[in-house]
Structure formats: C-alpha cells, structure tokens
Design a protein. Structure first.
Length: 264
C-alpha cells in the first residue's frame, strides 16, 4: 500500500483530492451540516478549536461562513501534507477577522500541545480500525470537559462499496475502508468507562465522474479512492474498475455521517 498522504500529492497543479472535489457537491452539502453544528457549539468568546487534517481549509471556511455572528475563536489547523498546507495557509487568511488562526504542519500522531480544546474536528481521516481507540483516546485527552469532538466519515455508500470491492483486488482481503459506524463503535466502548454523549447526523451528495469529457480526471479520482497509482493496477483490474463506473453512468451516491461526541 502507498503511504498515507498519496492522495494529497500534487499532480499538474492540484492534488488528486482537489480533483475529486471538482466533481462532487459533497463539500458544499456537508459544510452546511457542519455549519449548523458549529453554530450551536461556538457560542462563547475565545473558544479554542482544533481541526485535525484540515486539508486546504475550504471545508471549515465554508462551514464558518454560515455563522453570521461568530464569536472570537482561536483556531489551530493541523495538516500533514506539505502540498495542502501551502493552500491551507492561504485559505486561513480568509477566516473570520475576529479570530486567530495557527497552521501546524504535522501529523496528528506527532502533534503535541499543552492546550485543551473546546471543539475538535476530525474529518475523513485515513486511519485503520485497529488504530482508532488510540487515536480517539488522544483526541478525548485534548478535549476540555464539556467540549465536543466532531468526527466525519462515510456511511456505507457507493464510494465505500467501490473501495471495498476494488481495494481487496489490489491489496488483499485484509484491506479496510472506515465508516462512521466503526467510529461510533469505538466511542460506544469508551462510554462504558467515560462520560460521553453521542449524537448522529448525516447528509447525502453525489459524485459525477466526467466519463465522456475528461478520462484523466476520472483516473485521478480512482487513484484517490484506491490510494494507488493507475499504472500500478493490473490490466484486468483497470478494465473492471472502468466497467463498474460506466455501468453506473459515472454517478456514485455519497453519504457523510457525523458523530458529535461530548465529553461530560
């Protein structure tokens, strides 16, 4: 398997993650739901906010735009990709003027701080199931009492099914693709020993692959989903993948699930 972060490598002026975003309304629809959640949570002055895996910052920026009277917030934006962190610094300049923004170029595993946060956002992080207890345990330690952790992951939508089907052909039966159900399972286990409350939300969107217009972008999106370069695919898998998306006319339905975990 390629190293984590393959999907954020620059390819002809944009990452393949950004290529994917051009053909889906996921970011826009998901940011509306996140904006409604943040409007409820960011209700005091000088709250602290940690975004783990902030990407290019657009997802959070769009969400914050929906809050008309946002209080002063201290944002820490954590991003491990050197390509995306450059874009993140530019996006951070367009965050609300009454807030402070700190961009940190680091993986979550290597991130250290003496601070605790009122709100932590973790969206579509590429962790395996076996690492979730340690990862979420660290997040809860960084969360203040009565603080909230927002985790965003896919439900068992078309993209999840695509990954499960073809990653197993490329990487063996042991391959995994996380869902929000896996996330909630971990927090349900934590709740046996810790005081947590968990609320769930979801939003639907669609990916329209440009099958007739831009096959290079289609291939980039397939690489993004399967975390592997197209030239490394066996010929029979390439044909099967393209047949699969052609049969669906290039349309894949998506569902983002939100777990809102409050530390009581």
């Amino acid at each position: 398997m390629n190293k984590v972060g393959f999907e954020y490598l620059d390819k002809k002026g944009e990452t393949i993650f950004e290529t994917f975003l051009k053909y889906t309304d996921e970011k826009e629809k998901s940011s509306i739901v996140l904006g409604k959640i943040l409007k409820r949570l960011l209700n005091k002055e000088r709250m602290t906010f940690l975004d783990i895996g902030a990407g290019n910052g657009e997802y959070l920026r769009l969400s914050l735009k929906q809050i008309k009277s946002l209080k002063r917030v201290k944002f820490t934006l954590l991003e491990p990709s050197s390509n995306l962190v450059k874009r993140l610094r530019l996006t951070a300049k367009n965050f609300p003027l009454n807030s402070t923004v700190k961009v940190v170029h680091s993986t979550f595993e290597n991130f250290t701080t003496n601070c605790q946060f009122d709100v932590i956002l973790a969206s579509h992080l590429p962790f395996t199931r076996d690492r979730l207890p340690a990862v979420f345990g660290k997040m809860l330690k960084l969360l203040r009492l009565n603080g909230c952790l927002i985790v965003v992951e896919r439900k068992k939508d078309d993209v999840h099914k695509f990954r499960i089907r073809f990653k197993s052909q490329l990487m063996g039966k042991e391959c995994q693709a996380l869902t929000i159900d896996d996330v909630v399972e971990v927090f349900d286990e934590f709740a046996k020993d810790k005081q947590l409350s968990i609320l769930m939300f979801s939003v639907d969107s669609e990916l329209h692959l440009p099958m007739a217009d831009n096959m290079q972008d289609v291939i980039s999106i397939i690489e993004f989903f399967l975390n592997k370069k197209w030239e490394e695919f066996p010929d029979n898998v390439r044909e099967t993948v393209l047949d699969y998306v052609r049969q669906r006319k290039g349309i894949l339905h998506q569902t983002d699930g939100f777990a809102l975990v409050k530390k009581i």
